[in-house]
Design a protein. Structure first.
Length: 53
C-alpha cells in the first residue's frame, strides 16, 4: 500500500458510541498506534447482513 494509511480496518458497531468505546478501550491501546482517522457512511446504499470474509 502507499499513501497516508498503514492499515485500513472495517469496523462494524451498533452505534457511534460503541465505536468510540472500541476506539478508546481497544484500538488506541495497541503498541505503535499513534493516530486514527475515521470515516462514516451517512446513509446506506445497500442493506445486507452478509459480510464477505
Amino acid at each position: 500500500m502507499t499513501g497516508e494509511s498503514d492499515y485500513i480496518l472495517r469496523v462494524i458497531t451498533r452505534s457511534i458510541e460503541d465505536y468510540e468505546l472500541f476506539l478508546k478501550k481497544v484500538l488506541l491501546h495497541f503498541p505503535g498506534v499513534a493516530s486514527v482517522n475515521s470515516s462514516f457512511a451517512l446513509k446506506s446504499a445497500k442493506i445486507t447482513t452478509h459480510i464477505p470474509l
